[in-house]
Design a protein around this ligand. Structure first.
Ligand code: NDP
Length: 329
């Protein structure tokens, strides 16, 4: 057994709970691989895991996204070989480490055109943008020219979604928490940006859409925006509540969906979409094609060493980051 370095928590709480520890990593069993990381992705979900919003069995290595080289392959794994460049976004948790053994199911080969750093920065966020824009659709689907609202669009998932929406011909109305972030989302494909810390976004969306409302709202901010988001939808519109950066959405009175125009509500998670190897591969192929073609650029705006993980979490929670962040191994 080799000894590897991992960022672990023994109890939920603040950034001080994350400890750099030595852990033993053995050989992969059936259906598993061992990957040596070059980089691991930072995601807002890591904050929910660390702080206890999403409870974990403890102790636990944090992190859900990484890229590196396949070092060993267990029995029954046919789509990966020793020496392959690979990347993943997946459960089980445990990506903040130098090397790990994990199920091969959602690990895919990384195209040569995509660096390890970019791979680690784009899998969880890019596959999320993929399923949101391509698989989470309103009645009748989305057509070029349709208006949608996307909150926190300057973040990791958001900047990828802006560019992907532009490639699909969608008119994305984006929100972000500063004027600089608003400029960035427009540069990356949003049709209009609203600084929702300065302006009331439901009123601005009504103005921009001339009272019609949008077909879909993608809301990862949660408690602070949920009800205002419902006010932005056209009749039969789709509310996609996919995160809780400002706090968990309180229980919903479904009567609101009727009152606001026979709305649809979904609370999806990437991991349902990644349940089969076929779906994981198809979604990854779609994402890789967007990145290799240059239609979606991955903005790696924050880089940290594994030992600087506390700083990385502080900055993500303080809303001072844009695009993606990675831990370099
Ligand atoms: P981001 O880089 O987007 O960071 C979160 C952003 O949320 C911040 O930068 C900030 O942007 C905004 N925000 C609004 N209110 C708050 C608040 N009170 N505290 C902190 N941030 C706030 O993170 P990710 O790209 O990693 O993830 C984006 C969201 O998508 C997260 O909520 C995440 O949980 C969710 N997600 C859900 C998935 C799913 O399948 N359900 C999968 C992947 C991600 P600003 O300053 O512009 O407001």
């Amino acid at each position: 057994m080799a000894t590897e370095t991992a960022v672990r928590i023994h109890q939920a709480g603040g950034v001080e709970q994350m400890k750099l520890e030595q852990v033993e990593v053995g050989e992969p069993g059936g259906g598993e691989i061992r990957i040596r990381h070059h980089a691991c992705g930072l995601n807002y979900i890591d904050i929910y895991h660390r702080s206890g919003v999403y409870p974990l069995q403890l102790p636990q290595t944090l992190g859900m996204e990484g890229a590196g080289v396949i070092e060993a392959v267990g029995e029954g794994v046919t789509h990966l070989r020793v020496g392959d460049r690979a990347a993943y976004a997946s459960q089980p948790i445990g990506a903040y480490c130098t090397a790990r053994v994990m199920p091969a199911r959602s690990v895919v080969r990384l195209p040569d055109e995509i660096s390890f750093e970019t791979g680690a920065a784009m899998m969880l966020k890019g596959l999320t943008a993929q399923y949101l824009l391509r698989r989470t659709l309103p009645q009748g689907g989305l057509q070029a020219g349709d208006q949608v609202l996307f909150h926190a669009a300057a973040g990791g998932v958001g900047l990828i979604a802006c560019q992907w929406a532009r490639a699909l011909g969608l008119q994305m109305i984006a929100t972000a928490g500063s004027d600089e972030k608003c400029a960035l989302v427009v540069e990356n494909g949003a049709a209009v940006a609203i600084n929702y810390r300065k302006e009331k976004f439901p009123e601005r969306v009504r103005e921009i859409t001339q009272g019609r409302g949008v077909k879909v709202v993608y809301d990862s901010v949660g408690a602070d925006t949920f009800e205002g988001s419902l006010d932005c939808l056209s009749p039969f519109g789709l509310m996609v509540s996919f995160g809780n950066a400002s706090g968990v959405v309180p229980p919903v009175n479904t009567g609101l969906l009727a009152a606001k125009g026979s709305l649809y509500l979904t609370r999806p998670t990437l991991f349902t979409h990644l349940a089969s190897r076929e779906a994981s591969q198809a979604m990854a192929d779609d994402l890789f094609a967007m990145v290799v073609s240059g239609k979606v650029k991955i903005h790696v705006s924050q880089r940290y060493a594994l030992a600087e993980v506390a700083q990385a979490h502080r900055e993500l929670e303080a809303r001072t980051t844009v695009g993606s962040g990675v831990l370099l191994v």
